[in-house]
Design a protein around this ligand. Structure first.
Ligand code: NAD
Length: 349
């Protein structure tokens, strides 16, 4: 198949793209390049790169013809991809995460292209018990709202042969060639390795479903290749844990570790755990534990595979804020700015 991966240069995309190539698919990537795209150039066979804003899909039909030429499936990951980044500019978040998704999905529907959307378990917000795909949604942030609205729009557009699928991913962890250190297991791995100390914000009693980035990438391969899914929405998760449980795992792995608690001015209300039996029924099973992810990240830090791991480059919200003061500048200006920052993430530009 020819598969277009939007956001293919991001944390998840950079793990997914080589898996698709290894399975013999031809891969196109559309990514604005907020976190660099250079690492994709190392992949073999080569990837066809469109360093473009998803905005062009909204506005430029001729561009869509070129982008979607021969494409059989779109895996749509491009997004302002976490709560703090999304709050920097909720209008931009809606534009990228909702309007961009809708425009791309319209093009996919017109052309009969299979569409796999990267949603998030954060759509559940704060709710007791194990949540299924049919549980009520309670989006608490601009990010979660954008995912809920995009899922709903896809559901309304579905019809006949065109059956888009939304994967509600849990909180990811694990090593990626485009690393993120703003995800809880990854942050704990960083500070446990460098300082023998991790900090839990608040009481740490909030539940989250966790999923290794490799397993998440495998789930996207699975749902891209399998067209006969019975549902439009799937929870994709492996282990439900509270943040204190995650900290406990780190202590078991490193008995000298100090765990401290920090008070939060505004406590994080998000608290959800999910049941993933629908995903299992569709024939997909995650394999990798939190412990496996911790070992691999620790090794990557020690081996120097991740240059300057404390840089804000690995933290989406801080990086985007530094780049742009989002909201005052256009995407084009942000990119121009990035190109002119010397030595920051030099390997990626
Ligand atoms: N990482 C997680 O824990 C997690 C959990 C649930 C859902 N998700 C979803 O999975 C997807 C991928 O997440 P990730 O962790 O790889 O995030 P990421 O921020 O590393 O990657 C997102 C990519 O999208 C690109 N992008 C952003 N705006 C764009 C635009 N206007 N036009 C084109 N490209 C644009 C960025 O340059 C980046 O490479 C996102 O949709 C995210 O919401 C992630």
């Amino acid at each position: 198949m020819t598969i277009l991966v939007t956001g293919g240069a991001g944390y998840l995309g950079s793990v997914l793209v080589p898996k698709l190539l290894a399975r013999g698919h031809r891969v196109k990537v559309l990514d604005i390049g907020y976190f660099g795209i250079g690492h994709l150039r190392a992949f073999r066979p080569t990837v066809e790169l469109f360093r473009e804003d998803i905005e062009r899909v909204v506005n430029d039909h001729r561009f869509c013809d070129e982008l979607l030429d021969q494409v059989d499936c779109i895996i749509h990951l491009a997004a302002i991809s976490n709560d703090p980044s999304a709050e920097l500019n909720p209008t931009l978040t809606k534009h990228v995460n909702f309007d961009g998704t809708l425009a791309l999905a319209e093009e996919a529907r017109k052309r009969g292209i299979h569409f796999v959307f990267s949603s998030s378990c954060s759509v559940y917000g704060e709710a007791p018990g194990e949540l299924t795909e049919d549980s009520p949604l309670e989006p608490l942030t601009a990010y979660a709202h954008s995912k809920v609205e995009a899922e709903a729009a896809l559901g309304q557009m579905a019809g006949g042969e065109w059956r888009p699928v939304s994967l509600r991913n849990g909180t990811l962890f694990g090593y990626s060639p485009r690393m993120r250190f703003d995800l809880v297991v990854n942050i704990f791995s960083l500070y446990s390795t460098l300082y023998n100390e991790i900090k839990v914000f608040g009481d740490g009693l909030q539940w989250r479903p966790y999923l290794h980035v490799n397993d998440c990438a495998r789930a996207f391969v699975h749902f891209a290749e399998k067209r006969d899914h019975s549902h439009f929405v799937y929870n994709i998760a492996h282990e439900n844990l509270r943040v204190v449980d995650v900290a406990g795992l780190f202590q078991q792995m490193n008995p000298r570790l100090k765990v401290s608690h920090l008070n939060m001015v505004e406590p994080d209300r998000r608290d959800y755990r999910v049941r993933a039996s629908r995903m299992e029924g569709a024939g997909f099973l995650p394999r990798l534990t939190v412990e496996a992810g911790v070992v691999e990240i620790t090794e990557a830090i020690i081996n120097g595979q991740i240059p300057d791991p404390e840089s804000i480059y690995y933290r989406n919200a801080k990086w985007l804020k530094e780049l742009s003061e989002l909201g005052n500048r256009s995407h084009r200006e942000i990119l121009g700015l990035m190109e002119n920052i010397p030595n920051r993430a030099a390997t990626s530009f």
